[in-house]
Design a protein around this ligand. Structure first.
Ligand code: SF4
Length: 348
C-alpha cells in the first residue's frame, strides 16, 4: 500500500510520520497524582509493546507528579490536557514529549500562543485532538457534517499555530462511529501534511471496541492514511496495545513480529488448536521477525489452507505434521509439536 507521506514529528525518541513505522499508543487509567501507580502502568504498557503512553493531567498535583513519571518512563509520555491551558505549560515543564489539546474545550488564543511558544522552546510536539462530541456541541450550523466540522476546526488550529511559528503538530479526528472517523480523516488527510493519530472515541467495551476500531483504523491505514494509532477500550489498557498491534500486523505494518494464525477448527480437528495457538503466540510474542505461523487442526486441509504462512503445524492421530510454506517437512509426536515448531521459527 502507498502511504500518505506525512511531515515527520518527534515525540521524544519516537518519530511519527515520514517513513517511520506506525506506532501504537495507549493511555493509563491510574490516578496521575499517584506517580508510582502510573509509572507501573506505563512500564506494563511499554512492556506489552506500546511505543508511546498518554496520561491525563487534570490537576496541578497531576502535573507535578508528571515530572517523576516522565523522568522514569521507558517510552515518551504524552500529557492529555482538557479545559486548562495552564496545565499544558506545567506539563511541558515536567518533561512531557507531547501535549494533547482538545480544540473543543480550549479556546483562548493568548493561552494557546503561550503553549506553542513553550512547546517550541522545549522541542515538544502538540496533538490537536478533536473528538466529534466536543466539537459538535459548540457548533450550531446544521448544514455542515460532523466530519467536516472536525476537519475544519483542526485545520483552523493548524493555521493559527503556523501563524505563531509552530508546526510540530500531530492531528487526530475521532468520531464516535467508524464511519465518522474514516470520513473526517479522509478529508483532513487531503488538506494538510501533518501526521495523523487514528482512533475512535469512546469505542466501548471489549469486542465492540476492537471491531469498531479495527474497521475505522484498518480502512484508513489500508488507504495509506495514519501514522500512529490508539484503540480505545473501556477496561484494562493492555488490551488496547494487543488490539493495536494486531491491527497493524494484519496489514503488514508496524514493527516486525510473529503473527500466529489458526484455523477455526471443525469436526476434522485432531489437536487442541486454541491451546496450542495461545501457547505459540505467548512464546513468540517478543520475537522481532516478520513471520506468519499457522496452527491448523488437521493434516487433511491444514498445510494447504495455510500455504501462505511461513511455517506451521497441523494435527494428526497422536502425531502432527510440521510444514513450511505449505509443504510437509516431517511427522512429529503430538507432545513435541510446539517445540519442533519453535525450533523451526528460530531458524527462519
Ligand atoms: Fe477443519 Fe482442518 Fe480446516 Fe481446521 S484445518 S478448519 S480442522 S478442515
Amino acid at each position: 500500500m502507498k502511504r500518505r507521506r506525512a511531515k515527520k514529528v518527534k515525540a521524544g525518541s519516537v518519530t511519527i510520520g515520514g517513513d517511520a513505522p506506525v506506532s501504537v499508543q495507549s493511555m493509563t487509567t491510574a490516578d496521575t497524582e499517584d506517580a508510582e501507580a502510573t509509572l507501573a502502568q506505563v512500564r506494563a504498557l511499554a512492556g506489552r509493546g506500546a511505543d508511546i503512553v498518554r496520561v491525563a493531567v487534570p490537576t496541578k498535583a497531576a502535573a507535578e507528579a508528571l515530572a517523576e513519571i516522565t523522568k522514569n518512563a521507558p517510552v515518551p509520555i504524552v500529557a492529555d490536557i482538557n479545559f486548562r491551558g495552564d496545565l499544558a505549560l506545567r506539563a511541558i515543564d515536567a518533561g512531557a514529549a507531547k501535549i494533547r489539546l482538545n480544540p473543543g474545550n480550549i479556546r483562548n488564543w493568548e493561552t494557546l500562543r503561550k503553549i506553542t511558544t513553550a512547546a517550541k522552546d522545549a522541542g515538544v510536539a502538540i496533538r490537536i485532538g478533536a473528538n466529534s462530541g466536543s466539537i459538535r456541541k459548540k457548533d450550531t450550523n446544521p448544514k455542515i457534517t460532523t466530519p467536516e466540522l472536525m476537519a475544519r476546526t483542526t485545520i483552523r488550529w493548524c493555521d493559527r499555530f503556523e501563524a505563531d511559528g509552530f508546526s510540530n503538530i500531530v492531528l487526530s479526528l475521532k468520531g464516535s462511529s467508524a464511519r465518522e472517523t474514516i470520513e473526517a480523516n479522509r478529508i483532513v488527510a487531503e488538506q494538510c501534511r501533518y501526521p495523523l493519530h487514528l482512533g475512535v472515541t469512546s469505542a466501548g467495551l471489549g469486542q465492540d471496541a476492537v471491531i469498531k476500531s479495527a474497521v475505522a483504523i484498518g480502512a484508513l491505514l489500508e488507504a495509506g492514511i495514519g501514522d500512529t494509532i490508539r484503540v480505545s477500550i473501556t477496561g484494562d489498557p493492555l488490551q488496547e496495545v494487543d488490539a493495536g498491534i494486531s491491527i497493524l500486523r494484519s496489514l503488514g505494518l508496524g514493527k516486525p513480529g510473529v503473527q500466529v494464525i489458526s484455523c477455526p477448527t471443525c469436526a476434522r480437528a485432531k489437536i487442541d488448536v486454541e491451546k496450542l495457538a495461545s501457547l505459540v503466540r505467548s512464546k513468540t510474542a517478543d520475537m522481532e521477525k516478520n513471520l506468519t505461523v499457522a496452527i491448523m487442526g488437521c493434516e487433511v486441509n491444514g498445510p494447504g489452507e495455510a500455504a501462505g504462512a511461513d511455517c506451521g503445524i497441523a494435527g494428526g492421530h497422536g502425531f502432527g505434521t510440521l510444514f513450511e510454506k505449505g509443504t510437509s517437512l516431517r511427522k512429529v509426536p503430538e507432545a513435541e509439536l510446539v517445540d519442533a515448531l519453535l525450533e523451526l521459527v528460530e531458524m527462519l
